[in-house]
Design a protein around this ligand. Structure first.
Ligand SMILES: Nc1ncnc2c1ncn2[C@@H]1O[C@H](COP(=O)(O)OP(=O)(O)OP(=O)(O)O)[C@@H](O)[C@H]1O
Length: 582
């Protein structure tokens, strides 16, 4: 089915893609052979028409004979061109399917890469390169498939015809196209080197453009505009130079190959003329001469195309080599909708970043579905780290069990069915509000917008829920972005939900209302609320106070009595009516 995502066995082999399109290739083969063998009809008819014209001038034939022949010529050409249309249609279809399949494999492989890996390899440049590499690679495959027939089969047919007319003259005149091949072959390395350099430079320019757009405000505020512009100009100049050079090598050589290939025509005029005059190797009439010359020019033109084909196949190989490491199918994602409500048991949990001191040690607590646990403490006490431990980005010591199963033993798919996460960054996708909430699932996005108190604001937007948020949510305020991210987390509920500072950009009143809705929507989940804002802590089931690597597990009332830092912080916020950090 068009647009359907299919899993591919051995996606790292180019032959796989040809094999998957075998039926399309079968149609291309039949249409290609008919079309290209049929192409020899052109020169033959041209020769016959020239001969007939001669005969009419000499009075041997009448005009009606010419009309009959011309009509037959038109009919044959019509059939041949229909075959051509069929072949082109199916070649395009073949290329579209492969392009879609390759990009899907690439996408599936890249989304499974760890965030740090993508950052290390510079995600922007890598994605740009990989996607344009797929395009180049498929274009090479398309040209290869087309030219096998349009060049290979047709050249063989023309060659057979030339040999039938005069094999000696054929050998003589056909010395030149191989010379064109030879030159093209010699230049292959230069063409691919320039193409690779052009692509690398395009990647760098893309990265610089992205950086310029994303950090424009920072550069302006810190007076770095001039510096950045100068750096950008360097990237631009480099790209211009390399793109021009890649283009010249790729396109400017074509006429040269053509001239070299055509040089055999001089021999045909001389020795072919002798054949017509009766003093050559074979006896020819006007029709034979015209057919031979026409066949030769077509063959020479085709052979220079074959030289170009080498270049595009070469370019495709360079691109394929680059994307091949990414062409791996990940294990199919199981359809894990939110797991069943489950209890959370954390015991003796400790964590330290590589080579660093422990961020927290020996944390133990447990909670059942419907419980909301507040996690707070002084600045940089490790709240976000505790939340991210649930994403298993790095190994932890101790135990985290959800529904009796240890988190560390879960596959990535099982983990995403068990833990929902809303981080500091809203990470909105470049789509509309509804898509950002549903992420391709069915559902009523409005319900969640209402839950995060954004329904009215959305209704006032130009396209309502279908308003595009722009790349990374740039068309929305920070608070709106955060609430959409929260709506998305609530829409995709999981047995354990980690919410890192979800109310940072809303006022206390709105916070209260969202909290009420959160309680209702997440009644089957254990929610970890990581925040500096303590206004709602009295109504939470438990509170974790993190300070200096130690974690106190308690509740609001108890902490108010026993922990002076917590009590001071809470009272200060209560007095201020807002939030103050410790
Ligand atoms: N990727 C990392 N690698 C090494 N150390 C890190 C990393 N991320 C955070 N830290 C350190 O871990 C400690 C806890 O940071 P974390 O962000 O978890 O605190 P937080 O309480 O969420 O901060 P905030 O008060 O700003 O919300 C800090 O000392 C921080 O420097």
């Amino acid at each position: 089915m068009e647009g359907e995502s299919r899993r591919i066995e051995k996606p790292e082999r180019i032959a796989t893609y040809f094999h998957m399109e075998k039926w399309t290739l079968a149609v291309i083969t039949v249409a290609g052979i008919f079309y290209n063998v049929g192409m020899t009809a052109g020169p033959w008819f041209e020769g016959q028409l020239a001969q007939r014209l001669c005969d009419i001038i000499l009075g041997k034939k009448v005009f009606a004979d010419m009309v009959g022949l011309a009509l037959l010529y038109v009919a044959v050409i019509l059939v041949v061109q229909t075959m051509r249309y069929m072949k082109r249609l199916f070649v395009r279809r073949f290329a579209n399917h492969i392009n879609r399949d390759m990009k899907q494999v690439l996408y599936r492989s890249l989304v499974h890469k760890k965030k740090e890996e993508l950052e290390k390899e510079s995600a922007g440049a890598m994605m740009t390169r990989a996607i344009s590499d797929v395009d180049v690679c498929v274009e090479g495959m398309r040209k290869f498939t087309t030219e096998i027939f349009d060049t290979g089969v047709v050249m063989a047919a023309y060659l057979v015809m030339l040999f039938i007319y005069d094999w000696r003259l054929t050998l003589l005149s056909m010395c030149f196209p191989p010379a064109a091949y030879f030159i093209a072959e010699k230049l292959k390395k230069t063409v691919s080197r320039c193409a690779a350099a052009g692509k690398e430079s395009a990647g760098r320019l893309n990265e610089a453009t992205l950086d310029r757009v994303e950090n424009a405000l920072t550069y302006r505020v810190y007076g770095q505009d001039e510096n950045r512009n100068a750096d950008y100009e360097i990237c631009l100049a480099d790209y211009e130079k390399k793109a021009v050079s890649a283009n010249i090598w790729e396109n400017a050589m074509q006429p040269l190959y053509q001239i070299i290939s055509m040089m055999g025509a001089v021999f045909i005029l001389w020795f072919g003329g002798k054949n017509v005059l009766g003093s050559g190797w074979t006896a020819w009439d006007i029709a034979a001469f015209t057919t031979f010359l026409s066949c030769f020019t077509k063959l020479a033109a085709k052979s220079s195309k074959a030289a170009k084909l080498f270049n595009s196949v070469q370019k495709a190989q360079v691109s394929w080599k680059r994307i091949q490491p990414f062409m791996q199918e990940e294990e199919p994602e199981q359809d894990i909708t939110a797991g069943k409500p489950a209890s959370l048991v954390v015991s003796g949990l400790s964590f330290s970043y590589q080579g660093g001191p422990p961020v927290f040690q020996e944390v133990s607590f447990s909670a059942g579905p419907g419980e909301i646990i507040g996690v707070t403490g002084p600045v940089a006490c490790g709240k976000s780290t505790l939340g991210r431990v649930f994403l298993q980005e790095s190994a932890y010591q101790g135990s985290i069990r959800i529904g009796g199963r240890e988190l560390a033993g879960m596959t990535q798919e099982e983990l995403s069915g068990m833990v929902g996460y809303m981080g500091h960054q809203p990470e909105l996708i470049s789509a509309d509000i509804e898509e950002n909430i549903l992420l391709g699932d069915e559902g009523n996005a409005l319900k969640y917008l209402r839950a995060v108190r954004m329904e009215e604001e959305t209704a006032k937007m130009p396209d309502g829920i279908h308003t595009l948020v722009g790349n990374g949510g740039v068309r929305l305020s920070g608070g709106q972005q955060a609430r959409i991210a929260l709506a998305r987390t609530l829409c995709h509920r999981k047995p354990v939900m980690i919410l890192d500072d979800p109310f940072s950009a809303v006022d206390t009143e709105t916070e209260k209302e969202i909290m009420k809705n959160l309680r209702e929507l997440a009644r089957d989940s254990v929610v970890l609320l990581l925040t500096h804002r303590l206004a709602l802590f009295p109504e939470l089931n438990q509170v974790l106070w993190m300070s200096d690597g130690r974690v106190t597990v308690s509740c609001h009332e108890e902490l108010m009595r026993t922990n002076a830092d917590y009590a001071d912080l809470y009272r200060m916020q209560e007095k201020g009516g807002g939030h103050h950090e410790a």
